[in-house]
Design a protein around this ligand. Sequence first.
Ligand code: NAP
Length: 255
Amino acid sequence: MNLNMQGLKGIVTGGSRGIGRAVMENFLAEDMKLATCARGKAALDEAANTWSSSTYPVFTKPFDVTDNSAYEAWFKEAIEHLGGLDVLVSNVSTLESKEGIDRWKNRFEVDLMQHIKLTELALPYLKKSASPSIVFVASIASVMINNSPSELEYGAIKAALTSYAMKLANQLGQFNIRVNVVSPGPIVHKNGHWDLMKNKQPEFYNKVASLSAFNRLGSPEEVANPITFLSSPRASHITGTNLRVDGATVKTVNF
Ligand SMILES: NC(=O)c1ccc[n+]([C@@H]2O[C@H](COP(=O)([O-])OP(=O)(O)OC[C@H]3O[C@@H](n4cnc5c(N)ncnc54)[C@H](OP(=O)(O)O)[C@@H]3O)[C@@H](O)[C@H]2O)c1
């Protein structure tokens, strides 16, 4: 199926590794015009290097999404580079290192507020697009109650993000803007959370794998593929959906 994405203008946050990078690579294979960001300059430069033969040059700039003025400046530059916006994939999350109430504050900023901030910045441009779409990357941690205690705030904040997205989908239908959520299960990739766990706590890693119907974790590409479809004009009647990509790790009927 031709996804009809050629020349569409897209922003993917957190494109330097993992799921965000796999989405970038899918979008580049569709010949889209793209912008992305991350904090780490070296990883962003390394990724940009591998994209240097793409049809359109990719705009990359390192900054922290919790820095409001840096976010606004990056967004402005990204829009100037792209000449508009059709497709937004709001993907950034962070490996949490803070403790106590600061964990909640940081999760609130990184896993909720910055997605909302980005959406507010993007809406005037998406309203002008002929094929506008937003995908938020959430997590099945929103509905799991038996995962690690350190994910208490992660799951709760991702649940808020998902609820926000579903309400937004209904509000933005009048502008033809589609809003969907993709909720991955555990995904393993180099230097990601589960790659570290595989080495540090192999028993726990294997237990998590066993929760999936396939007895394994997923890959970034397996999440990027449905994100790509949902972002494409081919998904024109899909909005307000939360798609689990978890190999049936969540054991409920998803009516
Ligand atoms: N991997 C999983 O098992 C899993 C499961 C469920 C849901 N998810 C969700 O899927 C999404 C992607 O996960 P992933 O595993 O691919 O994540 P990842 O490997 O940690 O990559 C996150 C990306 O975001 C960037 N980033 C992180 N914090 C940032 C900040 N404060 N400002 C700017 N950029 C920042 C990272 O680069 P820098 O670190 O250099 O900034 C990186 O490019 C996240 O929303 C995550 O919650 C993942």
